[in-house]
Design a protein around this ligand. Structure first.
Ligand code: TMP
Length: 217
């Protein structure tokens, strides 16, 4: 029998957190864990995940002289997301794949709502319009104080337009992530990213084992 032939529901896992919390390393760990547990994994990211959405990503991340209006930024995030959901995420889920995305709509609430201080209702309206009730099955939030996370992120070379923001911006981003995790404990799991990598990955493996039962193979 094919390992995931009795999968009972599509599984959409997202990873969130501010820059410098170890998202890239842990994404690879999550992808490998899921594959080893019988999931046919499609790994993707936001903004991005399709050729058009990756072009929008380049527009969004490039440092530029022109001041980027926060509504423009928000709309570009959702334009990329609309394309990504319609042409990649939903078709993959329909084909029985497990989708693993580096960021999703929670990032718009955290960065544009928290960081840029746009009204949450504006973001919620776009979410309702473009996603309706479509949500991740499980969202893993790698949490770390921005002081430590930013110091890590800034060792990585050329900073993008978001990485150039001040500490206060990332404190607000983190705050919204934590608020959203507290409001939806059945969807979110918070991981202490300040631990050693081995401990972070032990926690992630335990969470995956406990929390994706509904869509596990
Ligand atoms: P990353 O993939 O390297 O984390 O870079 C993506 C950047 O885009 C990151 O700084 C977070 C930001 N972002 C938003 O501001 N809003 C969003 O909705 C998404 C998906 C990402």
């Amino acid at each position: 029998m094919v390992a995931n032939s009795h999968k009972s529901a599509p599984c959409f896992v997202t990873l969130e957190g501010i820059e410098g919390v170890g998202k890239s390393t842990n994404l690879a760990f999550i992808r490998d864990w899921l594959s080893q547990h019988g999931h046919d994994v499609l790994q993707t990211r936001e903004p991005g995940g399709t050729p058009l959405a990756e072009q929008i990503r380049e527009l969004l991340l490039a440092p530029r002289e022109e001041v980027v209006d926060s509504d423009t930024e928000l709309l570009l995030m959702f334009a990329a997301r609309a394309q990504h959901v319609a042409t990649v995420i939903k078709p993959a889920l329909a084909a029985g794949k497990t989708v693993l995305s580096d960021r999703f709509v929670d990032a718009s609430f955290a960065y544009q709502g928290g960081g840029r201080q746009l009204p949450m209702a504006r973001i919620a309206a776009l979410e309702t319009w473009l996603l309706a009730a479509f949500k991740p099955t499980l969202t893993l939030l790698l949490d770390l104080h921005p002081d430590i996370a930013l110091a890590r992120a800034r060792q990585r070379g050329e900073a993008d337009r978001f990485e150039r923001e001040q500490l206060a911006f990332f404190i607000r981003v983190r705050e919204v992530y934590l608020q959203r995790a507290a409001a939806e404990p059945q969807r979110f799991a918070i991981i202490d990213a300040g631990q050693s990598l081995a401990d972070v990955q032990r926690d992630i493996a335990a969470l995956l084992a406990n929390r994706i039962g509904a869509c596990a193979s």
